[in-house]
Design a protein around this ligand. Structure first.
Ligand SMILES: Cc1cc2nc3c(=O)[nH]c(=O)nc-3n(C[C@H](O)[C@H](O)[C@H](O)COP(=O)(O)OP(=O)(O)OC[C@H]3O[C@@H](n4cnc5c(N)ncnc54)[C@H](O)[C@@H]3O)c2cc1C
Length: 510
């Protein structure tokens, strides 16, 4: 293998691979270096419980990335040429209600509004109005924001900035009035795991609801790993290399310019044009062969934010939700009230557990993609504190928390009885961070940055660094975590700009 290329990309999560694929498409020679022996990072599908049962260890929903032109315009041919296939699920999500009822969100505004009307005509109208505003202009401002581009100067940008400055909590409470509708909207508004009462989260409810109403609980056929697989196939097809078991330990800086990297097993890889890294921002300064005041500043401002807790189940048959139309299966279900979430978040931020009425996401990807297992793969996702004072979650604490979630969910869904559960594997913040070193503190969305003015942002805004030729990407870069592909595409655009390559031939704006 030739250890010199135009560009080195560190990490093979979906963001780093997206960046690599655009640069390879632009004709650059690209080498991707992934530390683990598998690609994908948090977009990975593995046998976690029983042989033949393929679980998404981390992400399952690929909804956010559907509005990225990489997917919506198939800019890289991932769908047309490289086998990536998505299912728009219907229902998008089911929110069980005590008794035999459920609020069902469809990938269709009219059908969802009719379901809202059962509870509140006011809230059905409020939903229509929220989506009318989103489609009329807010979504364009949001797309520019996500792309890291200047927002157009118009009234929608003003309106978007006002909305974003608010908290998700205030937006939901001011927009909707019925308990069940508020519960559904708040549940969706927490999808990116950011404290809902924090200013700066105000655009999340509309953005997430719009995604669910258009794309359902978008599920990649074969599992979350289908996305990095398609991206790696693209990179290789364009002459690039994707190397696994290559942990980058040191960035080589020569006369203020990053010229390559060395791996933990002593290999050197040189880049003549650029090095783009998805390695964690907190670990980056210590692995640089030069001082970087901006990166040290960014690392000092970073913190894990809310940590997550997952439970993977292998089940014989699908879990079902009780509804007015009888029992239904669905890819996604949601539990927990706004007040329960508020208490859970406050406790988690103080290092305590409060899971009396937790925010709980339940996912059964086999409901639409049965090829993943001989039965049903089922998952819980919620938040949990990163234990204080450097303590780890013990196995006993992990099992207790998982069993508490199970008891809670059993009140609302059918099929979570002992007979149907063939195997169960809980993952605490401790094991989630061991699984992928990018999940420091068990954070799932790349963590967050506390800025000097007290505001918090989910991703570092500038992908350029003060070391020439070194760029950032991945979930610690703007706009932060989620399967959005945005940090990857954004960095590719900036690198092309600096190399004098016209990105508009392959990227539509924004
Ligand atoms: C349990 C869980 C559930 C989630 N569910 C969802 C969901 O349903 N939908 C959603 O949108 N988001 C979800 N997320 C968040 C989402 O998965 C991540 O934000 C996203 O996948 C991050 O992608 P990335 O490419 O930026 O980074 P990662 O996927 O973290 O990839 C980074 C890669 O870089 C490699 N790497 C890092 N440093 C080095 C180095 N020095 N040398 C070599 N390699 C290196 C790592 O090994 C890793 O493979 C979930 C996350 C978790 C943990």
């Amino acid at each position: 293998m030739n250890n010199e290329s135009d560009v080195i990309v560190v990490g093979a999560g979906h963001n780093a691979l997206s960046c690599a694929a655009y640069l390879a498409e632009a004709g650059l020679g690209v080498t991707v270096l992934e530390g683990r022996d598998v690609i994908g990072g948090n977009t990975i599908t593995e046998e976690l419980t029983l042989p033949g049962w393929r679980h998404d260890s981390c992400s399952s929903a690929h909804v956010v990335i559907q509005s990225n032109p990489m997917i919506s315009n198939d800019e890289l041919g991932l769908k047309e040429k490289y086998g990536l296939r998505y299912i728009v699920t219907d229902p998008a999500v089911v929110l069980p209600i005590k008794g035999d009822d459920a609020l069902i969100i469809h990938p269709d505004i009219d059908r969802t509004a009719v379901n809202f009307e059962r509870f509140s005509v006011h809230d059905a109208d409020a939903l229509r109005e929220m989506m009318r505003e989103w489609d009329a202009g807010l979504k364009f401002a949001h797309a520019h924001f996500q792309a890291g581009l200047p927002l157009p100067e118009n009234e929608w940008t003003t309106r978007y900035n006002e909305l974003r400055a608010r908290s998700a909590w205030d937006v939901v409470m001011d927009t909707f009035e019925h308990t069940e509708i508020r519960r559904a909207a708040m549940w969706m508004g927490f999808a990116t795991i950011q404290p809902p009462e924090r200013p700066g989260t105000g655009a999340i409810p509309a953005a997430i609801i719009a995604g669910r109403l258009k794309f359902g609980w978008t599920t990649p056929i074969g599992g979350s790993g289908a996305l990095p697989d398609a991206l790696a196939a693209h990179v290789r097809d364009h002459g690039g290399d994707v190397v696994t078991s290559a942990w980058v330990q040191r960035f080589l800086v020569d006369d203020g310019r990053c010229v390559g990297v060395t791996t933990s097993d002593g290999r050197t890889f040189r880049a003549t044009k650029a090095v783009i890294t998805a390695s964690h921002i907190q670990t980056l300064p210590s692995s640089l062969g030069a001082a970087s005041p901006t990166l040290s500043d960014a690392a000092a401002k970073w913190r894990p934010g809310l940590s997550v807790f997952a439970v993977h189940f292998a089940c014989s048959t699908h879990v079902t939700y009780r509804s007015a139309q009888g029992p239904i299966t669905a890819v996604a279900g949601g539990l927990g009230s706004p007040d329960g979430l508020r208490r859970q978040v406050a406790a988690a931020l103080e290092g305590r557990v409060d899971a009396d009425d937790p925010w709980l996401l339940m996912v059964d990807s086999t409901a639409v993609d049965p090829g993943r297992a001989p039965g049903a793969v089922f998952k819980f996702l919620t938040i949990a504190p990163e234990l204080r004072d450097g303590r780890s979650w013990t196995e006993e604490q992990t099992d207790d928390y998982a069993c508490g979630l199970l008891d809670f969910a059993r009140q609302y869904v059918e099929g979570l009885d002992d007979e149907n559960i063939l195997a169960m594997r809980p993952e605490s913040p401790t094991t989630i961070s061991a699984h992928n070193l990018a999940n420091i503190g068990g954070s799932c969305h790349g963590g967050e940055f506390l800025l000097d003015d007290g505001s918090v942002i989910p991703g570092w805004l500038d992908c350029r660094t003060d070391i020439e030729g070194l760029y950032l990407t991945g979930s610690t870069s703007h706009p932060g975590g989620s399967v959005s592909g945005r940090p990857g595409r954004n960095s590719a655009r900036v690198v092309m700009e600096d190399l004098g390559i016209d990105s508009s031939t392959m990227m539509s704006r924004p």
